[in-house]
Ligand binder design. Structure first.
Ligand code: ZN
Ligand code: ZN
Length: 269
């Protein structure tokens, strides 16, 4: 058991080096994915995709500096909570396991899907709570300073919200038997979806909103409207909770159709 754990995690370096290592890992992941999205959407392909910019103007440089500064703080908090989760796993206080053969490849894949649905539910309800007027100023106001978000807003949270968001690490490890590699793939999905939702461009095809997939998949239009209007569209990966709870913005589907039906143009707004 310990040999398998050490094969996955390596020898225990102590809490502080572990926290630094985890911060560096989540930081590099954020820099890579937000950086690639920024380069593609705002530098390389932006002109060709201007018609798909949900809010047809670019975020200001002071907004981007603020988003990066708060994200840097979030990364440190994610590093500390991540290291604490790994420490808990080392002590056997979580349901994390080390040998894929313990539960097979079927559950390995199933645990990724289960953790994504768990996170979607956790995010929706914590997000709605943080919109309560008593909690909003301390927890969620910083994220809503971006009313025209860029990919760098993906982790732009106040420290209190960063702690809430990081809560999904121990929650997943406590509730689900999950292999660290499956957890890493879940985190990969998380950053890709999160960055895509904040980049500000709608890349889904028009037919999505005419298909049953609209009930399942959330879109960048949905989350950008949340930043723009403050109310409604609280979901993360899926559009299930917003539909069940009647919290989709009334104009969501019409806005998606409007954005995805615009003719292509090359002149800047
Ligand atoms: Zn919000
Ligand atoms: Zn957001």
């Amino acid at each position: 058991m310990n040999a398998a754990m050490e094969l996955v995690f390596g020898r225990d370096p102590g809490f502080l080096p572990r926290a630094l290592h985890t911060t560096a890992a989540v930081g590099l992941r954020y820099l890579f994915f937000a950086g690639v999205a920024w380069l593609l959407a705002y530098k390389l392909l932006g002109r060709r995709w201007l018609h798909r910019k949900i809010i047809p103007r670019l975020p200001g440089s002071s907004d981007i500096r603020r988003e990066i500064a708060y994200s840097a703080l979030t990364l440190v908090i994610f590093g500390i909570v991540g290291a604490a989760t790994i420490s808990a796993a080392r002590h056997g206080w979580t349901r994390m396991y080390w040998r894929v053969s313990d539960h097979g490849w079927g559950w390995f894949a199933g645990s990724i899907v289960a953790s994504i649905f768990l996170h979607d539910t956790y995010f929706y309800w914590t997000h709605r709570c943080m919109h309560h007027r008593w909690l909003f100023p301390l927890f969620h106001r910083v994220h809503h300073l971006s009313n025209n978000p860029s990919p760098w807003a993906a982790y732009a949270f106040a420290p209190a919200e960063a702690v809430v968001e990081a809560g999904i690490f121990p929650l997943t490890a406590m509730l689900l038997p999950i292999h660290p590699l499956a957890f890493a793939l879940f985190m990969l999905w998380q950053i890709v979806f999160n960055v895509a939702g904040h980049t500000g461009f709608e890349f889904h095809p028009t037919w999505l909103m005419r298909s049953p997939l609209r009930y399942l998949l959330n879109t960048p239009t949905n989350h950008v409207m949340h930043h723009e209007k403050m109310r409604g569209n609280y979901g993360l990966y899926f559009n299930l909770w917003d539909r069940w709870m009647g919290t989709n913005h009334a104009d969501y589907e019409a806005r998606f159709m409007e954005v995805t039906s615009r003719p292509r143009r090359s002149d800047p707004a």
